[in-house]
Design a protein around this ligand. Sequence first.
Ligand SMILES: [Zn+2]
Length: 188
Amino acid sequence: MSIYQMVRTFPAKFVRKLMPPRKPDLLKEHNITVRRQHRSSLMMRPVPGGFEVYIPRWMKPTSPKVYAFIESGLAKLGGKAPPIPVEQTSKADILTMVESWAVRMGVQPGRVQFRAMTRKWGSCSSTTNITLNTRLTWLPPRLAEFVVVHELVHLRVLNHGKEFKALMSQHLPDWVERETEINQYRFG
Ligand SMILES: [Zn+2]
């Protein structure tokens, strides 16, 4: 008897037992993150230590379509995630940078937190909370420092205009160089 026949013949509560929830295992096993995005198609890409899958907002991350897409994606990509880069600095080191630079610049950040982000190295909310990309630990400390100073300057100037650049130059004279350098890092 095929699974299909069982599905047709067996009452729903038995079918659920017969078909184990494989998807969470697959996600865990390959360290796959599924993100809903404003997009119309599905996309999968390798990132250090795992994979990221982007799906349209209206699609359920647990839908069979997403699961099938992930399975074929894994097959195409060889199922092997790129290695995780060696840490060049730690979160604790970066938080220490935030503290000492905040004192030096005379600013008072609110909550400082780390998050795994794909598009940004850091962000600063209008409520003075700072979010830093966990992946900053994979960069040379001077580049993490650049991001720290950048976000702290945002506590004074929210945009990237003249005043912002002047403050950056005042605190980190070689910030343009560091910015060029950090833009060369792409982690998937
Ligand atoms: Zn900025």
